[in-house]
Design a protein around this ligand. Structure first.
Ligand code: F6R
Length: 608
């Protein structure tokens, strides 16, 4: 979603602002802008609809040596993507960039009726509100920001500068991340630490309700109630290589192909093959409490939700006395759902910033239920607010479509389930096969990716002209089918839906005709024969089946077959999902769409 950058220091602000915005491009945006101030406070504001290259074109005639400035990439919420709606918004001598949503902007706008608004955004209302307290700059800008924010309902990460004081940036957050990077005679601001890489490794993550006044050599943080905050300086662990394509055509392909390594990071120090057990320190739940757990609620959105659903099937297999319910965060936050005693909630999020998931976390915590994060982004809001957690450690996921995070989220949750099973005294004979397969998965993933890439690439060509796809699976292959269909629709814009095989007869079978292909996930196992019967029913109606299977003697006469050769059985669906990921990737490449930044989408959904 929207991105914020800011700079004050010894170097040219425009250079950092543009390079920082480019780092945040992956989050999705539709317009961009920057403002810088010279020593006398004279502002240069440049904004453009569309890509950052459009902004750069405009900047060619506006090159400045200014040492302070703020910038923004906007993902439209209020008002269409256009130059007038792009940030920074100017009100008199004040400039503001804003991530988030001001929910009471209409009421505030009505109060500010003397001001002539130039955009359709809620953000400009916030700029005007701050300015109404700031006026001719008699009071410190920080005070004006605080006064205004006390009246605001909604979420924000903001950066504000004024022509009246060209030495400081005021930043604040509530529900939308902001990081302050500490350099040598320079201070940098970003909504995502990746923008700071190459400049500094030292950063302060602002908390909700905090306001910082930032100059080149000083950072002063207070709460909205004027209490001083002594901030913790943290080390940014990510390195530059992790956010570069490393020779791949797209981030998505890189992220699919690096799953053997990313899963290895998830498992590091957590699996003991000899004893057939796992050790997860992060959740920090005492064994007596683990033994009492009767119910797990798993909360996530999109891919994280699918990961939770798949994990729930597994957890039920080895801890039969536990119920596991996986819920979509945007729904759950408004449901009147009862959470039984002795429950634990798993909060699943790659970015750790998803607004709906965060809202659920806060609601669940209020009810006194213990929360455990399954998060990738270190230091993210969800990671900081959960009671305990397990980082999946897959490194930055830059492509909008989530791939490597899914695989690791599933396994991290299964390991959490195994931790409970161990505490409850489930026999090692039951647990051990899971642990053994988990330890072998990175290598198996490597082999499958190497084998399947070429096959998938070829097969995709047969299906490029299809606008409809049906993904089919049952049991553990069903959530896997859901994830495959999501990948295809979000990047290749193919209308793809997933059904449990058993549901076909209850409606979807009516769809089968030459406009549709059906991707059938057919793992070896108890339900394989039943799934084969369902495939026969589709074939009898002229279906165009692509079978993905690990069954040695697969003898169905279907249009295309993608074979998985691996000793992995329990987690075969995770291997099949690699095929779905590659299928979506190559389909998108064939269609010539933007793989890493699909239209209308953003990487981290920080608004409701
Ligand atoms: C799909 C995708 C989204 C995210 C969802 C949750 O490829 O990326 O569906 O999975 O927006 O995001 P996180 O995991 O950051 O909470």
């Amino acid at each position: 979603m929207c991105g914020i950058v800011g700079y004050v220091g010894k170097n040219k602000a425009q250079d950092f602002l543009i390079s920082g915005l480019k780092r945040l491009e992956y989050r999705g945006y539709d317009s961009a802008g920057i403002v810088t101030l010279d020593n006398d406070g004279k502002a240069t504001l440049v904004r453009a609809k569309g890509k950052i290259t459009n902004l750069e074109d405009k900047l060619k005639n506006n090159k400045k040596d200014d040492k302070i400035g703020i910038g923004h990439t906007r993902w439209a919420t209020h008002g269409e993507p256009s130059e007038k709606n792009a940030h920074p918004h100017q009100v008199d001598k004040l400039f503001l960039v804003h991530n988030g949503i001001i929910e009471n902007y209409k009421e505030l706008k009505a109060e500010l009726n003397e001001y002539d608004f130039k955009s359709d955004t809620d953000s400009e209302v916030l700029a005007a509100l701050i300015n109404s307290f700031y006026g001719d700059g008699k009071y410190p800008l920080t005070n004006a920001v605080v006064q205004a924010l006390k009246l605001v309902k909604g979420t924000y990460g903001i950066a504000v500068v004024s022509e009246l004081n060209p030495n400081e940036i005021v930043v604040a957050r509530s529900g939308s991340p902001l990081v302050i990077g500490i350099g040598h005679d320079e201070t940098l601001i970003a909504s995502d630490a990746s923008a700071l890489l190459g400049h500094t490794k030292r950063a302060i993550y602002l908390n909700d309700g905090e306001v910082a006044t930032v100059t080149a050599n000083n950072i002063e943080i207070k709460t909205l109630n004027a209490e001083p905050v002594s901030a913790k300086v943290e080390k940014i662990e990510t390195n530059l290589a992790a956010i570069q394509k490393g020779g791949y055509a797209h981030f998505l392909l890189k992220e699919i192909m690096e799953q053997p390594e990313s899963l290895t990071e998830t498992l590091r120090g957590r699996v003991n093959i000899e004893d057939g057990v796992v050790h997860l320190g992060g959740p920090g739940i005492p064994e007596t409490e683990l033994r009492r757990i009767k119910h797990i609620v798993i909360v996530g959105c999109g891919t994280a939700y699918h990961a939770g659903l798949l994990a729930s099937y597994y957890i039920e297999q080895f801890t039969p006395e536990i119920t596991v319910e996986t819920v979509i965060a945007s729904e759950y936050r408004y449901r009147q759902a009862y959470i039984p005693e002795d429950s634990v909630a798993l909060i699943v999020s790659q970015s750790g910033e998803t607004a709906d998931t965060l809202a659920c976390l806060r609601e669940i915590k209020k009810r006194g239920v213990r929360t455990v994060g399954i998060v990738n982004a270190i230091g993210s809001t969800i990671a900081r607010e959960v009671d305990g957690g397990t980082y999946v450690h897959v490194g930055p996921e830059i492509s909008v479509a989530s791939t490597k995070a899914f695989t690791s989220q599933v396994i991290a949750m299964v390991m959490f389930g195994l931790t409970i099973a161990q505490a409850k005294g489930v026999k090692n004979a039951i647990i051990r096969p899971y642990v053994t397969e988990i330890s072998k998965l990175p290598e198996a993933i490597k082999e499958v990716l190497n084998e399947a890439e070429g096959t998938v690439r070829k097969i995709v060509k047969k299906y490029v002209s299809y606008d409809h796809g049906i993904y089919l699976g049952r049991d553990v292959a069903y959530p896997t089918a859901m994830e495959g269909a999501l990948k295809l629709k979000e990047i290749a814009y193919v209308d793809a839906n997933a059904y449990a095989f058993g549901e076909l007869k209850h409606g979807p079978l009516a769809l089968i005709d030459d406009r549709f292909f059906e991707l059938a996930l057919l793992p070896e196992g108890e339900l394989y024969d039943k799934a084969v019967s369902n495939v026969q029913e589709v074939l009898a109606r002229g279906g165009h089946i692509i079978a993905v299977t690990n069954v040695d003697k697969f003898d169905l006469s279907v249009e295309s077959i993608i074979k998985i050769n691996s000793e992995i059985k329990i987690f075969a669906p995770l291997l099949m999902n690699l095929v779905s990921q590659l299928f979506a990737y190559y389909m998108t490449v064939e269609k010539g769409y933007n793989v890493d930044q699909p239209r209308n989408l953003a990487k981290s959904v920080t608004v409701e």
